[in-house]
Design a protein around this ligand. Sequence first.
Ligand code: GLU
Length: 425
Amino acid sequence: MTAAAPTVTHLRENPFELAKQQLRSVGEAFAIDENLVAVLSQCKKAVAVSIPTRMDDGSVHVFEGYRVTHNIARGPSKGGIRYHPDVTLDEVRSLAMWMTWKCALMGIPFGGAKGGVVCDPKSMSSGELERMTRRYTSEIINEIGPERDIPAPDVGTDAQVMAWIFDTYSMNKGHSVLGVVTGKPVQIGGSLGREEATARGAHYCLREALRKLDGQRIEGTTAAIQGFGNVGSYLAKFLAEDGGTVVAVSDSSGAFHNPNGIDVAAAFAHKRDTGTLAGLGGAEPISNEDLLLLECDVLAPCGLEQVIHEENAPRVKAKIVVEGANGPTTPGADAILEDQGVLVLPDVLANAGGVVVSYFEWVQGLQEYFWKEAEVNAKLNDIMTRAFHETWNTHEERSVSMRFAAYGLAVQRVGEATTTRGLYP
Ligand code: GLU
């Protein structure tokens, strides 16, 4: 047996209970029909599979995997696959529910889904990852498909993993099925701009928020970025390119602080070459917790859920929180931040750029006609900017937080689709 189980999980509270609690509160604030809230509180389908995998030492490790569809009222379900030791079925359920809201808020024709495998991808070889991914794909092959449910990358997975899913599915169908998964490598049907899309969307969202706050700009703002995976690393890059000062970055190895600005290009190269930020020069090592409490304009949690909670929220000094991750702020912390006047740009808005460009990739794959990167980015900008202003207007008109405004708009849209389609039979 390999891949030791974690001793401590990052989840302080049950994430699915939190997601349902958020839905109930939004239902009350927006006077949404109770029957509808009851329907949307549950996931439409959840499958749990066992994934026996041959490890490099000849042993067989049986991994546990999930794929959950929350809702399909607005279209096929969409959402990433997470490889992480802390994955639980309830975590995947909450992430699936958030995908439903995210797609509805963006106005793209998808419902919500998520998948996960309990594993530690950092300790696995490429061969082990490939065999596990192909077996997981075979186990969920009847659940996924271009008109049914379309996976994508999430924490711990990348374009290579998507390539294996695409290939396994296609081999079983006997022909290439481009629309079965998004976030694929560009040379086999991925979209230009997809890799950077989540961070680019967060960057557009922050740009609009700053404009609303007395016409401020990214140039001259200071930002602390928690998490240096796909989202955090590209967000740091975009902010630095736009004249912002990234005062701190972190990953699971620790955090690094320089009040005059981290050399983001050097951090990028260091992470690419060594796989970790550990040993990064030109910055003082601090704890991950201290990063969250730094004096700065913008705090961007871009890692896992529940990093901002009731205990540390009162000490957050940033003026704006940009949720690059899904669920980084607990509802308890949300209330505290709101009282402190911190503007939270919620996950379903701030990190939606990834699924928006996934939608573009799916469309391009179905049409077998691929767009220029400038076209992808311009269309992403349109969708993000529109969603930001719709959310901002609701936030002002109803005097609710940006999270409530975003969830409220999304739940109403899913509700309209559900009511218009009617209950079967
Ligand atoms: N995993 C990403 C998210 O949470 C992307 C999902 C997708 O592209 O389908 O939004």
